[in-house]
Design a protein around this ligand. Structure first.
Ligand code: COA
Length: 161
């Protein structure tokens, strides 16, 4: 098992930098969760903001690889000051270290500083506990479980940032 330390979150600025988010999205969504590469690389990437969590990774032989991408999250601007959160992932062997939580906090902070006043996301129904912990809620009247890519999914909101 790799050891990760020294987490930093970066707001990516260029298409070149964006490749780092794919170093997380492809292992998680394509290799692990079996989405096709075509569906993973959707039309929203070019109009979204991307954030990546980097860590130093200590290998089993004791050597350290610096600044390795281990997590990512995507913000897609929608009308009426709404931010959509998606493509949120942490590499499987880096989970449980609160890297996901730090990515969501960075996302919320960016929203506050950039004139967004609410956030929406589609959570796998079974994964809703993570977002609830972060302050997202399922709203009455918008609480139907729907199918997204074959998985039971629910919409969650954070308002009044
Ligand atoms: C979801 C994901 C990004 C979380 O990343 P992570 O770095 O492992 O999460 P964290 O370590 O920041 O977890 C923060 C807290 O949420 C809890 N948590 C994590 N997943 C949870 C879940 N499914 N339900 C309830 N709580 C959960 C953790 O135990 C931790 O609790 P603590 O603060 O009491 O210790 C990661 O599990 C992942 O990449 N999953 C696969 C991709 C995916 O499904 N993405 C979401 C699409 S909807």
């Amino acid at each position: 098992m790799s050891k990760y330390s020294n987490v930093s979150i970066k707001h990516l600025q260029t298409v070149e930098e964006r490749k780092d988010s794919l170093k997380v999205r492809i292992p998680v969504f394509v290799d692990e969760q079996k989405y096709t590469l075509e569906s993973e690389l959707d039309i929203y990437d070019d109009v979204s903001q991307h954030f990546v969590a980097y860590c130093d990774k200590e290998r089993q032989d004791g050597t350290v690889e610096k600044h390795v991408p281990v997590g990512t999250i995507r913000l897609t601007p929608k009308p009426d000051h709404l931010a959509k959160l998606s493509r949120f992932a942490v590499l499987s062997d880096a989970r449980g270290l609160h890297i996901g939580q730090q990515l969501v906090k960075a996302f919320i902070q960016y929203c506050k500083e950039n004139d967004f006043d609410k956030i929406v996301l589609h959570s796998r129904y079974e994964g809703r506990g993570f977002y609830a912990k972060m302050g997202f809620v399922i709203e009455e009247g918008d609480d139907a479980i729907f199918d997204e890519d074959g998985a039971p999914t629910i919409r969650m909101w954070m308002r009044s940032l």
